[in-house]
Ligand binder design. Structure first.
Ligand code: DI6
Ligand code: FE
Length: 391
């Protein structure tokens, strides 16, 4: 995609300084107090805040149906684990997904994707995990790949068949791994549908030993791994994914200081998901101070999913991360830009206003990052650029 040469003038950067940014061939060619103007069209930012486009690095955006009825049951006192044990939860979304065609999945997911993009998001990770059969898992990732062609967005896909045990395999856990998760991964990889491999390591999902088998196959295929770890209880998933040099460990409410040290040493990003914490009325806080002390990179994401985080606002996730978990404004902005890029293996490509990066930019009708994080449910996006093109 060969796009025009632009100079953005009078931009306010997150550190409060003013300057200019030059875009050539879809990439950031220069950034500073002033940049070369030759042969460029000019966009006057009017002193507004200019940031990289936001990155939502953990979503289950592609699904069908909804779980509003289960939400009402939880309001009546049922727990998430009780609903899952009674055949609700992930399995109820599975039934809706299996009835849907790829086109149905796209139609259901586009409004959610559009909600993110309207808030200045330029990169979205999308997981499978609601099909729980080879074909239905493939269909989710086929839909995710098509979304990338329908909108100006970069999509990273993740194989998450180890999200829940499908009902067909209730008595045969190893059979689910052997006949769905692993061969499905091979098929999805052969079809070019997989950028990374994830799992749900939890008492109501998969054990570290089961996840290790999935990671073995992922790594044999040369695919990076990540993990839903220590969300509802401490299972050892964070240590496992760190030992594999994984991209990220996600949720982490029950993670320990040791986990934080192992993740920091491995370069495994801690992905903080306040939406699920909020919806489940969790009270166990993720060990933010330990992540900071260990020097662990922290990202913030929506976890957009129909059950525990029906949220398609990354700005809202930033606000929740600040209010519920005590992240600073700077941590929230880095958590949805540079750190989120690292969680997807995209550092160097997007997520920072750096020469050579893709020109994925967001211009906001505010002056400071705090004005992005402070409001609830207000969208101050002015203009978004994707690969140097004004959207
Ligand atoms: N953790 C979560 O919070 C979601 N998946 C996961 O592994 C829940 C997904 C759902 O309830 O539909
Ligand atoms: Fe998730």
């Amino acid at each position: 995609m060969q796009s025009e040469t632009w100079v953005l003038t009078n931009a306010r950067f997150a550190d409060g300084s003013f300057g200019e940014l030059r875009i050539e061939a879809g990439r950031i060619a220069a950034v500073g107090a002033s940049v070369a103007h030759q042969e460029a069209r000019v966009h006057d930012c009017g002193g507004r805040l200019l940031t990289p486009s936001l990155i939502d690095c953990h979503t289950h955006l592609v699904y069908a149906g909804n779980r509003a009825r289960e939400f009402e049951m939880r309001l009546d006192g049922a727990s998430y684990a009780e609903i899952a044990a009674a055949g609700g939860g992930i399995v109820s979304t599975m039934q809706a997904v299996r009835r849907a065609s790829v086109d149905d999945l796209i139609a259901a997911s586009l409004p959610r994707l559009d909600a993110l993009l309207a808030e200045g998001v330029g990169t979205v990770e999308i997981k499978s995990g609601y099909g729980l059969s080879v074909e239905a898992e493939l269909n989710i990732l086929r839909a995710a790949r098509k979304l990338e062609r329908l909108r100006r967005v970069r999509i990273k896909t993740t194989w998450l068949a180890a999200h829940a045990l499908s009902p067909e395999y209730r008595e045969d856990r190893a059979g689910y791994i052997d006949r769905v998760v692993l061969p499905g991964l091979e098929a999805a990889h052969a079809e070019g549908l997989v950028d990374a491999v994830d799992g749900f390591c939890e008492h109501l999902a998969f054990t570290p030993a089961e996840i290790a088998r999935v990671f073995d196959r992922a790594q044999a295929l040369g695919l990076p791994v990540k993990l839903h770890a220590e969300q509802l209880s401490h299972q050892g998933g964070a240590a496992l994914v760190a030992a594999r040099g994984g991209l990220s460990a996600d949720h982490l409410e029950y993670a320990t200081e040791d986990d934080a040290r192992l993740m920091a040493a491995a370069g495994t990003v801690a992905v903080i998901l306040p939406g699920a914490f909020y919806m489940l009325r969790e009270t166990q806080l993720p060990p933010i101070a330990a992540f900071r002390a260990a020097g662990c990179t922290m990202a913030v994401s929506t976890d957009a999913n129909p059950g525990t985080s029906p949220m398609t606002s990354l700005l809202m996730a930033m606000n929740m991360a600040a209010v519920l978990f005590g992240l600073t404004v700077a941590e929230c902005l880095e958590g949805t830009t540079g750190a989120a890029a690292k969680a997807l293996g995209l550092q160097g490509e997007t997520g920072a206003l750096k020469v050579g990066h893709s020109a994925d930019l967001a211009l906001w009708n505010v002056e400071t990052p705090a004005e992005l994080v402070n409001p609830i449910g207000f969208n101050p996006l002015n203009t978004r650029w994707f690969k140097g093109e004004k959207v």
